[in-house]
Ligand binder design. Structure first.
Ligand code: ARG
Length: 456
């Protein structure tokens, strides 16, 4: 034996136990780990590697272990290293050496990949449901605000009048794409790695199609090296979550702006906005701000995982144990985030009087230019004429609609009283009647479309 420099062996053992233990993180996989093991035991029984009686003993033992972990009776300590070792150790303690047959032909490498896929598959389903609940809240808000005319912004400048429902639906349809991406990601999660062993494939003829059926996977991984190397499915999930959080963050930014004293368009439920510890007058939009901040965290989780994976040789490397913290962090952040996001929309008050008071009728300039076009003026010319008219109103410090008609006529003979009667916000909105537009009927059409998407 090599002569290592003398060290405190106990201290060194403790150092390493603590350092590489992942039990504090992966304990939440215990149910799926046990589920995978039950299927695997049945798979071993099918090929005669264990007897039906042994299989039954393993299944009963695993059910016991699951109960003990759930109740906290079995304390998961660092020396157990990870959830796989912890479950196996307790199983052997309970049913004796038969428990030691469970790991025949299996490796923690195909085991962890299987656990993560089982776990993530469920999470994807609950995330899709949580997004749908946000969409329902937005749909409710849209239905309430079809007739609330609101300034639409580009460059954070008032651009064109919209119906508030148009905005709520914009967020709703963006979330629909996030659900689509999750559904798509789920297809690639829903593949069985078990049977890949450490990397070269199991030396025992386990029936992988049977294992897949037992665990409800729609396919069996085609290559054992790839199966234990692959964490794409987690990177993909984190990527999808990052885009989702960016959608949430951008909407939260709208909320922060609109709830400010400068805008006063919306009021947040007092439970979602908190006071300042020093300034008694403050009602900060904390829920929206914090959600905006949490998006950075989820993007960080994605970058953390990609950085761990980059440059790893095939197949399994211990580095990959670091995949779970970003994954679970993102799952938790997105989970609570969606609940808060839903609550924001459900409880939001639109201050219609404040909105109306801040609507600048220069937003109707496009309508005038469009009108001139209908009178035969080429659009580019009409655009110039109306731009000059808007400047004139600005110079006079009045609204467009308050410009005297003789002044308007100087800019174009077509800008008569009839033309200036076009300067009505909801009529402007109703002129945008193309599918997807902000006209009342177009909005009702979008609401119907959204309802179809959200129908159970
Ligand atoms: N705890 C490990 C992980 O999460 C399980 C796989 C360990 N495999 C191994 N060969 N050490 O990645």
């Amino acid at each position: 034996m090599e002569a290592y420099p003398s060290v405190d062996d106990t201290a060194l053992k403790r150092l390493m136990d603590d350092f590489h233990a992942s039990i504090d993180v992966d304990r939440r996989l215990y149910r799926v780990d046990i589920r995978g093991s039950v299927a695997y035991a049945r798979g071993l029984a099918r090929i005669g590697m264990i007897t039906p009686a042994e299989c039954a003993a393993i299944e009963t033992g695993l059910a016991e272990v699951e109960r003990e972990i759930a109740s906290g009776e079995y304390v998961l300590t660092h020396d157990l290293e990870d959830i796989h070792m912890a479950v196996e150790k307790r199983l052997i303690e309970k049913i004796g050496p038969t428990g030691g047959k469970l790991h025949t032909g299996r490796s923690r490498n195909d085991q962890i990949a299987t656990d993560e896929r089982l776990y993530l598959r469920e999470v994807i389903d609950t995330t899709i449901d949580a997004i749908a609940r946000c969409q329902m809240a937005l749909l409710g808000l849209a239905e309430r605000t079809v007739d609330v005319v609101f300034p639409g912004y580009t460059h954070l400048q008032q651009a064109q009048p919209i119906r508030f429902a148009h905005y709520a639906l914009a967020v709703l349809f963006a979330l629909e794409r996030d659900k689509d991406r999750l559904r798509d990601c789920r297809k690639r999660v829903d593949v069985l790695p078990l049977g890949s062993g450490a990397m070269a494939g199991s030396a025992f003829p386990v029936d992988r199609a049977f294992l897949a059926a037992e665990l409800g996977f729609h396919a069996v991984s085609p290559n054992s090296m790839d199966a234990v190397s692959d964490r794409d499915f987690i990177a993909e999930f984190l990527g999808v979550c990052s885009i989702l959080m960016i959608h949430i963050s951008r909407a939260c930014e709208d909320i922060v702006i609109w709830s400010s004293a400068e805008f006063k368009y919306i009021r947040l439920h007092p439970r979602l906005a908190t006071g300042s510890s020093i300034m008694p007058q403050k009602k900060n939009p904390d829920a929206a701000e914090l959600l905006r901040g949490k998006s950075g965290r989820v993007i960080g989780d994605l970058v953390a995982l990609l950085t761990v994976l980059k440059g790893l040789p095939h197949a399994y490397n211990k580095d990959m144990q670091e995949d779970k913290e970003p994954l679970f962090d993102a799952i938790d952040t997105v989970g609570v985030g969606l609940t808060v996001f839903e609550a924001l929309w459900k409880t939001m008050e639109i201050r219609e009087d404040q909105v109306a008071a801040r609507m600048d009728d220069a937003m109707l300039a496009t309508d005038l230019a469009d009108y001139l076009t209908k009178c035969g003026v080429p659009f580019r010319e009409g655009h110039g004429i109306v731009a000059a008219l808007v400047d004139e109103a600005l110079r006079r410090g009045c609204a467009l609609r308050d410009l005297p008609s003789e002044v308007c006529r100087v800019f174009s003979p077509f800008l008569d009283e009839k033309a200036m009667k076009l300067l009505v916000f909801d009529e402007s909105a109703d002129r945008r009647a193309v599918p997807g537009g902000t006209a009342r009927n177009a909005i009702l059409g979008q609401i119907e479309q959204a309802k179809r998407l959200l129908a159970p």
